[in-house]
Design a protein around this ligand. Structure first.
Ligand SMILES: *[C@@H]1O[C@H](CO)[C@@H](O)[C@H](O)[C@H]1NC(C)=O
Ligand SMILES: *[C@@H]1O[C@H](CO)[C@@H](O)[C@H](O)[C@H]1NC(C)=O
Length: 390
């Protein structure tokens, strides 16, 4: 069994994830080996007793009502915003006494606004988020004490709290001004990018656990596919030349390797997708979840953007024992567990890794607490459209 398939679900919607840092990242899998050193070990930490989380109670129009309107939100790759909420409500780290809380969580489903095709639109997200923050800041005293520095938000959309699916627009918008002091839990993870700030927690995309289970193939199945990729190479609507989408890396893979028999790549999303991924030696990676706890550098192969045309040579010249070691690391059960959102939750799963990430950020620095009346955030900053009531 392997991990990259979780990362890959719904890749058609993941515009621009590959290679905004100028690298194509490839991962692989199989077998078992303990992650050595301190990095992987923290995956086994138990967050209970290390932090207390207060869950704000919001009117259902911010969460349950939205979900009721479109239950498809439960299955798309950003559904972590819903399941994280459910998880926290019954978690032993939850406290009902906000005065003893280390972290404050606002359950707002900003990504549950789907097109008829089921793609989440983020256009209302900024207004909705703003409205929720307005509400908590006027009804409870805690937001004003730190202006969000001890609050966390799940913002799983393409470019996190930049709230746009086109990278150019997302960068232009930047992180929603009101969230600039908060901790963001997001699937988007790319270093040196305006939509990922220091201290954010990156998570895997959500994949329905039952669905994953039904597609498992026997562990010893030979890896008969060398490189596997399913997803868009071009963003035909916005960038037909392929120079911008995924920084041209996907277009370069297609142009160079579409006829190479080692490369099983196409835009189709086959019914055997999960099975195929498990038979592949190399498959594409888009995001690196829990990067402070998982040694991704030892697991993946990083290829510079300019070297994409040499991908075949680069990948075929990696010694088998190196590949094997990487596959063993990836197949570590604690890594696997950290990529999953099982229901009910299980120790070491992605929910617990989010809590571990939050616990590692404690105690809050004293400097995050503002003097009475002190204000840092600008409530009228950002695009005018975002300031309209939700
Ligand atoms: C927090 O500050 C805002 C002004 O920025 C104020 O309107 C609001 O009432 C304050 N909240 C509380 C609970 O005092
Ligand atoms: C807040 O942002 C608005 C819009 O950018 C700007 O006009 C205003 O001067 C800012 N206020 C402060 C106090 O910086």
């Amino acid at each position: 069994m392997e991990i990259w398939k979780w990362v890959f679900v719904g890749v058609l919607w993941y515009a621009g994830y590959v290679s905004s840092t100028g690298a194509v990242e490839l991962g692989r899998s199989q077998n078992t080996e303990r992650i050595s050193g301190s990095a992987g070990d923290v995956l086994e930490d138990d967050p209970v007793g290390r932090l207390k989380v207060f869950v704000y109670e919001l009117p259902s129009k911010y969460n349950k009502k939205i979900l009721k309107k479109d239950p498809r939100c439960l299955n798309h790759m950003f559904a972590a915003e819903i399941f994280m909420h459910r998880f926290l409500l019954s978690s032993p780290v939850r406290t009902l006494n906000p005065d003893e809380a280390d972290w404050f969580y606002t359950p707002v489903y900003t990504t549950c606004d789907l097109t008829t095709n089921g793609l989440p639109l983020p256009f209302k997200s900024p207004r909705m988020m703003r409205s929720a923050i307005q509400l908590i800041s006027s009804n409870w005293p805690y937001w004003n004490k730190t202006e969000g520095a001890d609050h966390f938000f799940v913002v799983p959309h393409d470019f996190g709290a930049c709230f746009h699916y086109q990278e150019e627009k997302a960068i232009e918008r930047g992180i929603l001004p009101l969230l600039q002091r908060a901790t963001l839990v997001q699937t988007f993870g790319q270093r040196n990018h305006v939509c990922l700030k220091d201290g954010s927690i990156t998570i895997p995309p959500y994949a329905p656990p039952q669905k994953m289970q039904t597609h498992l193939i026997p562990e010893k199945t030979p890896r008969s596919i060398f490189v596997y990729f399913r997803g868009l190479f071009y963003d035909v609507g916005n960038d037909p030349e392929g120079g911008y989408y995924a920084r041209g890396a996907r277009a370069a893979v297609w142009e160079n390797f579409k006829d190479n028999p080692l490369f099983d790549i196409s835009t189709e999303h086959p019914a055997t997708y999960y099975e195929d991924m498990q038979r592949a030696v190399f498959s594409d990676d888009i995001v690196l979840p829990f990067a402070d706890a998982i040694p991704w550098e030892d697991i993946g192969v990083y290829v510079d953007e300019e070297d994409v045309p040499n991908l075949d040579t680069i990948l075929t010249s990696i010694p088998p024992e190196v590949i094997l070691r990487k596959q063993r690391l990836l197949a570590n059960p604690s890594m696997k567990q950290a990529m999953l959102f099982p229901q009910p939750a299980q120790p070491g799963d992605a929910f617990h890794q989010v809590l571990n990430g939050l616990a590692r950020k404690l105690p809050h620095d004293r400097s995050v607490y503002l003097k009475p009346g002190e204000k840092i955030l600008n409530w009228t900053a950002g695009p005018v459209g975002d300031l309209k009531p939700w």
